[in-house]
Design a protein around this ligand. Structure first.
Ligand SMILES: CC(C)(COP(=O)(O)OP(=O)(O)OC[C@H]1O[C@@H](n2cnc3c(N)ncnc32)[C@H](O)[C@@H]1OP(=O)(O)O)[C@@H](O)C(=O)NCCC(=O)NCCS
Length: 372
């Protein structure tokens, strides 16, 4: 179906090309910028905590503001014990996105502050939930108590594995969190905004967003891209694998984008990190396979990688379990979602679009004994 326009209404499947609201948080026009700052500069020079501050408060922090903000996030890392009791009730092997959605919804009952307080809580607690729930549900141990001094990225690894990786690896991970932190009016941010436009609370908005991000067309693609690279196995099999998938009309996960039709800056930044990581860990085959996949997709479909494509092998090289790639995306994006929720509540009008009716015309009710 193509877009139709009349004086009264316009209709575009998937809302493609429709401006559905205003935002001062990020733009994807020309280039991706958070609050005016180009993503390249943030990825290269800032830290995830700085970016969270920028997204939530609108400006980059001074040293004092950043120190106070980090201390506040650290104080919010611990989750109520009841959450671990809840997680123990879930079946082992549960989908981690289901676990996160349930956990965030559950934590809403423990929160009494406004959206700004809740935003900090969500950002601070999500790594604790991801790492702790993974340990419990994969039967690799009890949740690790969060550190009182490690930065956000280092603390996540510490809670997941009990130790912190080399600083070069931490920098790559932190960069990925910065790249994933915000992305304007994508499906999950929009879902969060629709939810709170009824004057519902931040926890409900984040719960909606997590459910939305779970789908493979949105967040699930980073996991799928790594599984595809594993299925390909070696560089010599890459071209024939992709040609086969395209002939079978299968989607190649991690390629294409609704907004970026000529490539995604975030993918270029993360590809560089992934390539360096591979060299450092003497495992360059993922970069080699990825390059062939990228070349074949450009040649055959004029489609380019989105951020999820290099993310798969980046997280793999960092030794992270594949099931956690999308939950880590949630950890990072919770900052952007929160900023959207706060912005929506500050300039609220309930979302209530129209639909184009395609059902039967008006007809008379037929009593049940007269129906054939
Ligand atoms: C991201 C995505 C949902 C964008 O959807 P969209 O804007 O509606 O893209 P379109 O459906 O208009 O794509 C145009 C054409 O390219 C094809 N295409 C798009 N992405 C493709 C992919 N990853 N692999 C193969 N073909 C793809 C579509 O099938 C369509 O072909 P057609 O014209 O023959 O029907 C889509 O590209 C996709 O499903 N990608 C894979 C999932 C993914 O990586 N998601 C993460 C996004 S950050």
């Amino acid at each position: 179906m193509s877009a139709t326009t009349s004086e009264e209404q316009s209709f575009s499947p998937g809302l493609a090309g429709i401006t559905a609201g205003e935002t001062a948080i990020a733009t994807t026009h020309d280039e991706l910028r958070y609050r005016g700052y180009p993503i390249e500069q943030l990825a290269e020079q800032s830290t995830y905590e700085e970016v969270v501050y920028l997204l939530l408060e609108g400006e980059l922090p001074t040293s004092e503001q950043l120190a106070a903000f980090k201390t506040d996030l650290i104080a919010r890392r611990v989750v109520p014990e009841q959450l671990w009791a809840l997680i123990h009730l879930l079946p082992s092997g549960s989908n981690m996105m289901d676990v996160l959605r349930t956990s965030v919804s559950f934590l809403g009952s423990f929160s009494h502050g406004g959206p700004k307080e809740a935003a900090r809580d969500v950002v601070a607690k999500l790594p604790t939930i991801v790492a702790g729930a993974w340990r419990v549900l994969s039967r690799s141990g009890d949740p690790v108590v969060p550190s009182h001094d490690l930065p956000h990225a280092a603390n996540f690894f510490y809670m997941l594995r009990g130790k912190v990786p080399p600083k070069e690896d931490l920098r790559v991970f932190d960069t990925s969190l910065i790249l994933y932190a915000e992305h304007e009016f994508n499906a999950s941010a929009f879902a969060a905004r629709v939810t709170v436009s009824t004057l519902s609370d931040l926890w409900s908005g984040i719960t909606s967003a997590i459910g939305t991000l779970k789908g493979p067309l949105h967040g699930g693609a980073n996991e799928e891209s790594m599984r595809m690279l594993q299925a390909i196995g070696t560089p010599d099999k890459a071209e024939s694998y992709i040609m086969g998938e395209l002939q079978a009309k299968h989607l190649i996960m991690g390629f294409g984008h609704r907004v970026y039709k000529n490539g995604d800056q975030r993918a270029r930044i993360l590809k560089e990190c992934m390539t360096e990581l591979g060299v450092r860990w003497h495992e360059t085959k993922w970069a080699e396979i990825s390059q062939i996949v990228e070349d074949v997709m450009a040649r055959e479909k004029h489609l380019y990688p989105n951020v999820d494509f290099p993310c798969g092998p980046t997280y793999y090289l960092l030794g992270l379990p594949i099931e956690l790639y999308t939950p880590i995306f949630v950890m990072a994006r919770s900052a952007g979602w929160s900023a959207h929720i706060i912005e929506q509540l500050e300039h609220n009008r309930i979302f209530r679009p129209n639909s184009q009716y395609t059902g039967v015309e008006r007809r008379e009710y037929v009593p049940i004994d007269k129906r054939s």
